[in-house]
Ligand binder design. Structure first.
Ligand SMILES: Cc1cc2nc3c(=O)[nH]c(=O)nc-3n(C[C@H](O)[C@H](O)[C@H](O)COP(=O)(O)OP(=O)(O)OC[C@H]3O[C@@H](n4cnc5c(N)ncnc54)[C@H](O)[C@@H]3O)c2cc1C
Length: 465
């Protein structure tokens, strides 16, 4: 057993942990990073990046159906070599992982401890045969795909995001269980690559949507790629050598399951019960979302492990807050960013700012526009709907939801505007070039302005100097 005393111990060398590190090392080199799992970050190895490479391949291949209309012959004759496509996914993934390893992980040298950590006391950790006394600790241990217990007996036929990118061939028929962002992106991509996909979700809504109109259209559009059964829990049983997945009386017989019902925070092995604080029924400690401090302990938490907003830019933000506060007294409260969610299916499904349920039914006006003209038509992508919400009296933007071609970009514009507390009129004063997809947003904002309970003297979109 070896003993080590450090200023800060960071548990987990993923996105949140490495962003915490970037703040810690600005103040001190008295730290260790502890990680016993595969290195390179979940984002680069099995998350954001390989999934987007797969989506890109699938979308490029799918585009062949539109070529004939543009007078380009031969599109229908194009073929996909699945083995090569999956090899391409892994080749790019390896580049993303190498960049993390070379730039951040390898230079850590003996400041990186290659074991999983657990707490013995709030300031004492055990990692393998090392005991580390740390004045401050950052917990950034990420999450693991959730596989509901009744499905675990089909383990040999279950794929998750931990394993899907390792496949060199794809099954003929697959059920995707869970149609959040990950299930939608992968389900649609696999379908476009030739897999017969059936999707299931216990909720009636997909992609984290709350707005019922956007959801209705999103289901209609994505269902063109694969059948979905929504609003009922799926049950799985053996059917000869195959599996039968059933929900609400509808069945699919499949070779494999892709389970994407969510992720479980990696808390279990940390032994947080030794911290002397109350944990909730998931084993989650109380923490402050603005300081990332756990209770009143010298411990901070960041990233997927805290079970709140499990997306990359939030993991980076929380990591930096946790790292900053781990090397300062007292902890500083940092403003959170406007909520932003994007499913990179086609069309993109995006949610921004206040959720549909959080809007309430009082003082909110709603404007909308369809993607049936201008640039959307030029791209032969003339299907989609955006709905923008604002306070009826002040015109302040509150949120938006959309199923839209290139929605990822519109969602950013809206998130930035909401974070700056801009009004509908502020946005309409901005230039909108022609012909761009942003003109559809201009249409939704114009519709919204007409529904506000405030009259303006000037023509819409004009301000006096
Ligand atoms: C398929 C997929 C696609 C995604 N796409 C997007 C996207 O497009 N956009 C987006 O914003 N987000 C996306 N996400 C989510 C995003 O990747 C995560 O929110 C983010 O990577 C989480 O980072 P993290 O640092 O919390 O976890 P991780 O990067 O997983 O880091 C956690 C680290 O902790 C280590 N660890 C675990 N237990 C211990 C322990 N006891 N002691 C020490 N170390 C430990 C692990 O080995 C790991 O290295 C996607 C996720 C998936 C799965």
């Amino acid at each position: 057993m070896t003993h080590r005393d450090v200023g800060v111990a960071i548990l987990g060398a993923g996105t949140a942990g490495l962003h915490a590190l970037s703040e810690v090392r600005r103040e001190t080199d008295d730290f260790v990073v502890i990680d016993g799992g595969p290195l390179g970050t979940m984002c680069a190895r099995i998350g954001c990046m390989p999934s987007k490479v797969l989506v890109q391949v699938a979308d490029d291949f799918h585009r062949r159906h539109a070529l004939e209309e543009e007078g380009i012959a031969g599109g229908e004759g194009l073929a996909l070599d699945v083995g090569k496509a999956m090899g391409h996914v892994r080749a790019l993934r390896d580049r993303f992982v190498s960049a993390v390893m070379e730039n951040v992980i390898d230079p850590l040298a003996d400041k990186l401890i290659r074991d999983h950590a657990e707490f013995l006391e709030p300031d004492l950790l055990q990692a393998g045969d090392q005991r580390i006394r740390a004045r401050k600790v950052v917990i950034a241990t990420g999450s693991t795909p959730t596989i509901p217990r009744p499905w675990q007996r089909f383990q040999d036929r279950i794929l998750t995001t931990d394993t899907i990118f390792e496949q060199t061939e794809l099954p003929e028929k697959m059920a995707v269980l869970g149609l959040g962002a990950v299930g939608l992106e992968l389900g649609q991509a696999l379908s476009r690559m030739g897999v017969d996909v059936t999707g299931f979700d216990a909720l009636p809504r997909i992609g984290g949507l709350g707005d019922p109109e956007i959801n209705r259209l999103a289901v209609e559009l994505v269902s063109r790629d694969f059948t979905m059964h929504l609003g009922a829990a799926a049950e799985i049983e053996e059917d000869g050598r195959l599996l039968r997945v059933t929900a609400n009386g509808e069945s699919a017989i499949v070779d494999k399951l892709l389970v994407s019902v969510g992720r479980t925070p990696n808390l279990e092995h940390l032994k947080l019960d030794r911290l002397g604080i109350d944990l909730d029924d998931r084993g989650m400690p109380p923490f402050d979302r603005e300081t990332m401090q756990v209770a009143d302990l010298p411990i901070f938490i960041a990233g997927d492990v805290d079970g709140d907003r499990a997306v990359l830019h939030e993991a980076s933000h929380e990591g930096r807050v946790a790292g900053y506060n781990a090397v300062r007294e007292p902890p500083v409260r940092f403003r959170r960013r406007t909520r932003l969610g994007i499913a990179f299916c086609d069309p993109n499904i995006c949610t921004v700012g206040e959720t549909w349920d959080g809007l309430g039914d009082g003082n909110v006006a709603l404007g909308e526009a369809r993607f049936d003209s201008g640039r959307a038509l030029i791209m032969l992508r003339e299907e989609g709907l955006i709905r923008v919400y604002a306070d009826k009296c002040s015109g302040t933007l509150l949120g938006a939801a959309m199923v839209a071609p290139r929605g990822e970009h519109l969602a950013h514009l809206l998130a930035w505007s909401i974070q700056r507390r801009m009004t509908v009129w502020d946005l309409l004063e901005m230039p909108f070039y022609h012909p761009v997809i942003e003109e559809i947003l201009q249409g939704a904002l114009t519709d919204l302005a007409g529904k506000l309970e405030v009259e303006t003297d000037f023509p819409l979109g004009f301000a006096s100097v």
